[in-house]
Design a protein around this ligand. Structure first.
Ligand code: FAD
Length: 341
């Protein structure tokens, strides 16, 4: 059981910045995200695209913004619990008990939901056997490529992830790349490499084919794929990887008893609290009259929600507004040696 002043759900730009706003007022936060990396939409959807409307930063990419936000919260040594989705939120006396799908339990007076458009989840196979073998031979992300060494792997998909992994894994395994169209969607350079590897017989391409079934008793023995004429083929394989992109699901947030307006959480703009005391919502997931789904709006929301968390985290202390330029407390928390006058 992890006790913390604030649990932040979502490691997108707004969730990360809320850690900063909490840290400078002396509150400790833990962060949970369903993804395997930090950065939310900025990293998952547009790491290389330039952003032009972050205040005082004329241009940055999704990736560089994330990197700088992380640099800014370094002094707070925050724990990020990645690959974990918050499942359940229950009231326990005057604290919130929060449980993830990996059974990590947090006890906290405050929750900041910075869940964006919901949790990103991979699009999955819908064929027979896919659920049975999920995480036991069927994967949608790769955490440790070593397990695929000297094996047979069927990779499905036509985008960059499918192509990149086909290229990478073909260095030490037998790879069969299957796509439902003859044309791939990925970067031209990756398509050229894949075609070259096929010519050199270092990789097999099967198009236009889709998965039909995944068969086996305790482990995958073979799969069947079918083409547009419903002609099927059987392929002996050890692993089946699917790279069909991500879908966004509001997911379990809808079951926590919080008022929702379509897929968003209405908040009080004074402190960004939801209808539940101690549960705040900021960033893309919150809604109020005039809400702009911009990173800069999320930063402002984070600042106000953080101050509101103080009250419940330290009920016997009074919050005092201070500028970072002049506050000795803030500078100590940031580990800054020299104090400005
Ligand atoms: C292509 C594109 C370009 C954009 N360009 C700009 C721009 O130029 N300027 C700008 O200001 N904005 C831009 N945006 C919008 C901006 O990216 C969003 O406003 C911003 O990402 C919102 O940040 P967030 O932290 O609220 O949510 P997100 O970035 O969506 O992060 C939310 C995180 O919460 C996690 N999560 C959700 N539910 C759970 C759960 N139950 N358990 C665990 N984790 C969970 C998700 O996995 C995700 O990582 C752009 C968006 C796109 C798609």
């Amino acid at each position: 059981m992890i006790k913390t002043d604030v649990l932040v759900i979502g490691a997108g730009p707004v969730g990360i910045f809320s850690v900063h706003q909490l840290g400078i007022i002396g509150l400790k936060a833990e962060v949970v995200d369903n993804l395997d990396k930090i950065g939310g939409q900025c990293i998952e959807l547009y790491p290389d695209k330039p952003i032009y409307d972050i205040p005082a930063v004329p241009e940055c990419t999704g990736e560089s913004l994330t990197k700088n936000l992380l640099e800014q919260i370094k002094p707070f040594k925050t724990n990020f619990h990645l690959n974990e989705r918050v499942q359940e939120v229950l009231k326990e006396k005057n604290l919130w008990k929060v449980t993830t799908n990996k059974n990590t339990i947090f006890l906290t007076p405050n929750i900041i939901i910075a869940g964006g458009v919901g949790s990103f989840e991979p699009r999955k196979f819908s064929c027979d056997g896919a659920e049975k073998f999920e995480d036991r031979g069927v994967f949608y992300t790769i955490k440790d490529k070593k397990i695929f060494k000297n094996k047979t792997i069927c990779i499905f998909g036509g985008g960059d992830s499918a192509l990149d992994w086909a290229i990478e894994l073909s260095k030490f395994s037998k790879v069969i790349l299957v796509h439902r169209r003859n044309e791939f969607r990925g970067a031209n350079n990756s398509i050229a490499i894949v075609k070259k590897l096929e010519k050199e017989k270092k990789l097999t391409i099967r198009t236009p084919f889709q998965i039909n079934s995944i068969e086996g008793k305790n482990e995958i023995e073979y799969i069947t794929i079918k083409n547009e004429d419903n002609k099927t083929e059987k392929i002996k394989t050890d692993y089946v990887l699917g790279f069909f992109g991500l879908i966004m699901k509001l997911g379990p947030i809808a079951d926590w008893g919080i008022n929702l307006d379509k897929k968003h959480i209405p908040v009080n703009t004074e402190n960004f609290q939801t209808n539940k005391e101690g549960i705040f919502a900021i960033g893309d997931i919150c809604t109020y009259p005039g809400k702009l789904k911009l990173i800069l709006s999320g930063f402002h929301e984070a600042a106000l929600a953080a101050r509101a968390c103080f009250k419940l985290a330290k009920p016997n202390e009074k919050y005092r507004f201070e500028f970072t330029t002049t506050s000795k407390n803030v500078q100590d928390r940031l580990g800054i040696k020299k104090n400005n006058d």
